[in-house]
Design a protein. Structure first.
Length: 196
């Protein structure tokens, strides 16, 4: 039986994974931070109002930054759930609608897709191009869920209004309040991005 390395020394304590309670606490902390940051950001950005029919400003860069710090995995899912919970909580005050659960799912999947893209697809997750593509891709997924719900639950609309909603929200969430601030802040997180 081997109790240490080949030289007879004791095993490296840093070689062991963090304990389950520590890991679970970290995962939960990312979710809570995401809910708090995204919720406060929504209060600020949505005070502007809609820029077009069902097109608004949402600070996607805040959960994106947390995902950059957390890396891909369960923390990413927790961050998506946190952001979706903040949006859902504020929806209750705005007037809950039948399409809100679809939007909730869209947030979770959209933020998870952003983390997946940076971790599994992007050749250089620290590049402005990778962050931009990931931010737009995540926003497009979320906006597609919103657009589909808009089409399914509002019989008065045709195809053009949901299409405008998807394109508009992809631009506002993925570029204006997604990629632009994310790329501007990327130097502060360059060490985390470089460790992918």
């Amino acid at each position: 039986m081997v109790t240490g390395d080949e030289s007879g020394g004791s095993p490296d304590p840093g070689a062991f994974a963090e304990s389950s309670p520590t890991r679970n606490g970290r995962i939960a902390a990312f979710g809570v931070a995401s809910a708090a940051l995204f919720g406060v950001g929504l209060l600020v950005s949505e005070s502007v109002g809609e820029v077009a029919l069902d097109v608004d400003l949402k600070p996607f860069f805040l959960p994106y930054l947390l995902i950059v710090v957390a890396r891909y995995g369960l923390p990413t899912l927790s961050i998506g759930l946190g952001a979706a919970t903040a949006e859902g909580f504020l929806d209750v005050f705005e007037g809950y609608e039948l399409d809100d659960p679809v939007g909730f799912l869209g947030y979770v999947i959209g933020f998870t897709v952003f983390g997946w893209y940076l971790d599994k697809v992007a050749a250089d997750p620290a590049s402005a191009r990778s962050l931009t593509v990931g931010a737009v891709l995540g926003a497009l997924v979320q906006a597609s869920f919103e657009g589909a719900a808009f089409f399914l639950f509002d019989p008065a609309v045709g195809l053009s209004d949901p299409a405008v909603s998807v394109v508009g929200n992809t631009v506002t969430h993925g570029i204006v309040l997604g990629a632009v601030p994310l790329v501007a802040l990327r130097r502060a997180f360059a060490d985390r991005l470089g460790s992918a």
